[in-house]
Design a protein around this ligand. Sequence first.
Ligand code: HEC
Ligand code: HEC
Length: 333
Amino acid sequence: MKGSTRIIIALAASAALAQSGWLLADSPQTVDLTQWKVPDPSTLPRDAHGRLVRLGRQMIAETYKFIGPEVADKSMRYAGTNMSCQSCHLGAGTAPYAAPLTGASAGYPTFMPRFNATYSIEDRVNACMTRSMAGKALPVDSKPMKAMVAYIDFLSEGIPKGAKRIGEKTKYLQEPQRPVDLAHGEQVYKDKCTACHQSDGHGKRRGKAGDAKGYDFPPQWGADSSSEGASMFRLLTVMEFVYHNMPLGTTWDKPQLSVDEAYDVAAFIVSHPHQPRSGPQVNDFPNPLDKPVDFAFSPYADGFSEIQHKYGPYAPIRAEVAQLKEKAKAAAK
Ligand code: HEC
Ligand code: HEC
């Protein structure tokens, strides 16, 4: 066996342990991103590294200018939407519980059940390129990839490999135990979201279509939105993100919506078509038991419909998935 193969297998095994919670228990360190002092790239020297990190920050904040679908150089049109990474990774990836990029480099390489493969930070960026950004993967050695990763690495300085990050991803929120109410969701959207995201849900462009200037307020659905394969098309992710971050200016510790409002408005958003599910679907959750319960596309290990996976209620699905996992574990012994 080649050395590199052995390393990958060892990584996969330790990631599987981490998944089952073992490594977390004696994890080397916990870093609290809600208290973390985010480093400022403008303090870096004016050398090649400093310039690359600052470029990376700008690419995360203004992605549409560099690799969007309207940039003049057609060979650079990697993203399939004029949104930016920052549309979701708020504050150029520095806001806790808005899928922060702070410390992200410390989490890779890691085993990703969705792809049944060990993932580098570049692979993870490309997972957002092909799904969230409805586009194409960036070559690993391209300037945009190098710049964005240099910035993410910079945001990760001082955070040990494998550290548990309080404030990562979106903050867990228990959803209401009832079917979603789309009419209520529409009302919440009208009252609290249209001022920015517009009543047609297509967002508000900064300039005109074709000028690669992106959005003041990003689309919630439609021809220039994220794709249906992205996390932002999963009801529970949208609910958690919106509850802790929207309307704009909301922070995770001072939510402005009720849980019921966040649940129903999230359902209203995912009830509208987004860009088609994009990215290589081969190997997308090869073990359906790894699929998040709110993933809207079959096949599933359980017997519930796509509609119930998309909109809940989730408690019965979770119960059955837990049972199936127990069975699979017993069978593997
Ligand atoms: C439509 C929303 C959206 C957009 C746009 C988006 N992302 Fe993401 N991204 C997410 C979400 C949500 C997660 C966290 C998913 C999870 O719960 O694991 C994530 C996770 C990540 C991670 C892993 C973070 C970690 O802590 O492990 C990286 C790296 C990343 N995105 C990079 C990017 C880059 C670079 C871009 C732009 C090229 C981008 N994303 C655009 C929604 C988005
Ligand atoms: C004051 C303006 C404003 C209001 C009101 C507002 N948002 Fe946003 N929202 C934004 C901006 C701006 C971003 C992107 C952040 C950036 O680009 O820096 C965003 C991002 C988002 C995103 C992630 C990106 C995407 O488009 O998928 C979602 C989801 C979202 N908002 C949902 C909502 C919902 C639901 C409401 C109503 C409850 C709401 N927002 C109210 C300004 C607003």
